[in-house]
Design a binder for this molecule. Structure first.
Ligand code: UD1
Ligand code: UDP
Length: 378
């Protein structure tokens, strides 16, 4: 029996990583027609993930422009999806997380009265501008959603606190753990891109890209790294630099050519996740990495003032250190010089899932489509 058509829409690297397991599970269900639409809000960083998980989009809006802004992404996604949704008439649109693609795709579906399923629903800081614009993107997407796939009990509670009906929420775990379990291998062999790096040294793995950190805050973060590398001669910084020119320009200006600093292109997900596994400490303002590194037992220093992912902080493997140079330096210095402090943080915790999130999500999608068919036959 044909159950219906599900359109999965995403546009950036993290959405692709976290939707790949859902697409894989959906494609196992013959009675569901699965369509993949990429907005390509990101280009190269998205294509890396599509390639790794062998995802061939049915539609590609190819939106990315150098120095794009929030207006052009929002309108590009809305206008681009209008025709595709009119033509394909999906029974359900699945979006992920908190990017501008996520919100604009949910709005495009709503304009055609197509129900929306939101994967990674209910994360909140309750600060409109931090992270910006993600907090509003995910809150507004939540208002447009019928099926909320909350990764944890806490994200479910956030949704309930906003008067979301309990019967529309499922706690599934985060699909990032499903993806990670597919890629991290104990005997992984790194390729040429890491040949300059002495993996016997203690690796500080760094990523930065958040809009609210652009400018002086980013300079402060990089200054703290310089201080740490000067003080500890067995430490190397590995920093796959985000493609955003605003981030890249400051990183290159301050760090390029320095001893034991390795500024790389964005890495493929497989070597990156294995490098996380081989690192000593992770310093990041990323969302997804805050979920992945704890499950690998790696201490994470979060370079932000707020986080929508407090679960691993409660479990003790993540610290919110902010962006002030002194605070970052002192938190990392403690971990690098005090083994007991390090061991306190370095234990694997998995508040974000057991690797079966995508299966749970697809089960709910199937039930939803069954009920729709039943209702339309009444
Ligand atoms: C976007 C998301 C953010 C998410 C992040 C993940 C919004 C508003 N922001 O931020 O929520 O956490 O992705 O990385 O949705 N670029 C390239 N090649 C790429 C990707 C980006 O050149 O493959 C450059 C382009 O010049 C582009 C710029 O980066 O204009 C910014 O991309 P954009 O998607 O607007 O913002 P991000 O900071 O990547
Ligand atoms: N990642 C990657 N290569 C890199 C850096 C990060 O594959 O060079 C992965 C990382 O493991 C995580 C995701 O990209 O799954 C996070 O993306 P990003 O930090 O861009 O976005 P956020 O999670 O903050 O939305």
């Amino acid at each position: 029996m044909r159950l219906g058509k599900v359109m999965v829409v995403f546009g950036t690297r993290p959405e692709a990583i976290k939707m790949a397991p859902v697409i894989k599970e959906l494609k196992k269900v013959q009675d569901i027609e699965t369509l993949v639409v990429v907005t390509a809000q990101h280009r190269e960083m998205l294509d890396q993930v599509l390639h790794l998980f062998a995802i061939v989009p049915d539609y590609d809006l190819d939106l990315m422009k150098e120095q794009q802004d929030l207006y052009s992404i929002t309108t590009g996604v809305l206008n681009g999806l209008k025709e595709i949704m009119e033509q394909e008439k999906p029974d359900l649109v699945l979006v992920h997380g908190d990017t501008t693609t996520t919100f604009a795709a949910a709005l495009a579906a709503f304009y055609q009265r197509i129900p929306v399923g939101h994967v990674e629903a209910g994360l909140r800081t309750r600060n409109k501008y931090s992270p910006y614009p993600e907090e509003m993107n995910r809150s507004l997407t939540g208002r447009l959603t019928e099926l909320h796939f909350a990764p944890t009990d806490l994200s479910r509670e956030n949704l309930l606190a906003e008067s979301t009906a309990a019967f529309k929420i499922w706690v599934t775990g985060n699909t990032v753990i499903d993806a990670l379990m597919e890629t991290v291998q104990p005997d992984y062999k790194f390729g040429e891109e890491l040949k300059e790096i002495n993996l016997k040294n203690r690796i500080l793995l760094v990523t930065t890209h958040r809009r609210e950190n652009w400018g002086d805050r980013m300079r402060d973060i990089y200054q703290a790294l310089i201080q740490l590398v000067e003080e500890f001669d067995d430490v190397e910084v590995v920093f796959p630099v985000h493609k955003n020119p605003t981030v890249k320009d400051i990183a290159l200006e301050m760090l390029e050519g320095r001893e034991r600093f390795h500024l790389l292109e964005p890495m493929e997900y497989e070597p990156f996740s294995n490098l996380m596994n081989a690192s000593y400490i992770v310093l990041t303002d990323s969302g997804g990495i805050q979920e992945e590194a704890p499950s690998l037992g790696k201490p994470v220093l979060v370079l932000r003032d707020t986080t929508e992912r407090p679960e691993a902080i409660q479990a003790g493997t993540v610290k919110l250190v902010g962006t002030i140079q002194k605070h970052i330096y002192e938190a990392a210095r403690l971990l690098l010089s005090d083994r007991q402090e390090y061991d306190k943080m370095a234990h694997a915790v998995n508040p974000y899932g057991d690797g079966k999130a995508a299966r749970r999500i697809v089960k709910v999608v199937k039930d939803f489509l069954y009920v729709r068919i039943g209702a339309s036959n009444l």
